[in-house]
Design a binder for this molecule. Sequence first.
Ligand code: AMP
Ligand code: GLY
Length: 428
Amino acid sequence: MHVLVIGSGGREHALAWKFKQSPRVKKLTCAPGNAGMAQLGECVTADVKDVAGLAALAEKINADLTVVGPELPLVLGVADEFARRGLPLIGPTKAAAEIEGSKVFAKEFLKRHGIPTPGFTVCSDHGDAYVALCAVEWPVVIKADGLAAGKGVRIAPEPDDATAIIEAFMEKRELGPAGDRVIIEEYLEGEELSFIVLTDGKSVLPFAPTQDHKRVFDNDQGPNTGGMGACSDEALLDAALRARILREIVEPTFRGLEAEGRPYQGFLYFGLMLTADGPKVLEFNCRMGDPECQPLVVRLESDLVDVFEKLAAGRLGEAELRWSADSSACVVLAAQGYPGNYETGKPITGIEEAEKADGVAVFHAGTKRADGKLVTAGGRVLGVTARGADLRAAVERAYAAVERIRFDGMHFRRDIGARGVEKLAAQR
Ligand code: AMP
Ligand code: GLY
């Protein structure tokens, strides 16, 4: 079977790595891929915004299955274009992907269906926003409506901060049309959990629980990023809470989408805050998480191609996901300046040495080959991922592997998984 992976990040390298382990995958094409993916399959030049071009590529190479990593092509309708041409693809239609593409749609949808989410006000111009800010408790969270590559959510501790954010989003239009409407949202305290599921519209297959680390610095300081590391361990979520999430959040979401004429197929990522009042939805992503994908695939024992094939045939109910009893952790190595402006083209060394250790896989994100040398080509550069008998062992292994890797300006968090380790120790 010939599998096409769309995207070029750590998530896509991790998916490609998993596909390569399937005896059923004879050929792998990555569009556009990165230097890590180039070791697993053929990378072809592609623009992920060009949905017709992606479908033409799948047709040309006779792809038996296409898996989409990033949200942008899904929000632009890549699944609709593939369906029109009769090409199998894992991912929601444009209408269903609006659940990520518009935060206003997502919040109003949650409210319509009584699904727990923080309180909010939608503001269509800056005047509305300044009025709404007169009636909030501080801090508040301000979210741009549209896709903003991780830059659209800001926490405002005080009125002056909020005013500056509204000015940046709505008056200076720093995020372009994505900031034309904003949500002013109640700030919640609690622990975050990435709850990711696959669905074919009928059955729901939850992935193992994962936790991301969104802020750039240790102890959750500094600006938000796409994610600086993630970990996975079965004990991060107990059976009662898992059942509650499925009952109060996951099931009503898919029922609601179906009832509104937007049936869902593919990955849906529920970004949850576990509060004293129970789990609440902070955001939806219409795709797998990045970096959550990296610690997940190293624990997954089932053949993901089988699962996707059943999903594409509407028989996901027959599929299962088997997980190793191990825990896992992924530490993201980022370029100097990330999540702001960063430099590229810095030579990277030590990946082979890092991967010599048992249970370690180094997934590439922003990397490329230039004159035969591996160099940095993005903000998040590598995801050093390790399995271990428990979360502490996985984290230690990942950091030992990180020690082997070097590039100019490299930075990373030193506390990935630390909260998880603490929580699990307290349960014993
Ligand atoms: P989002 O893209 O909506 O998940 O927001 C990015 C990050 O901002 C989340 O992962 C949280 O860390 C934080 N965040 C978003 N909404 C809230 C909220 N209502 N209360 C507290 N933190 C939030
Ligand atoms: N790690 C967060 C995300 O995938 O959006």
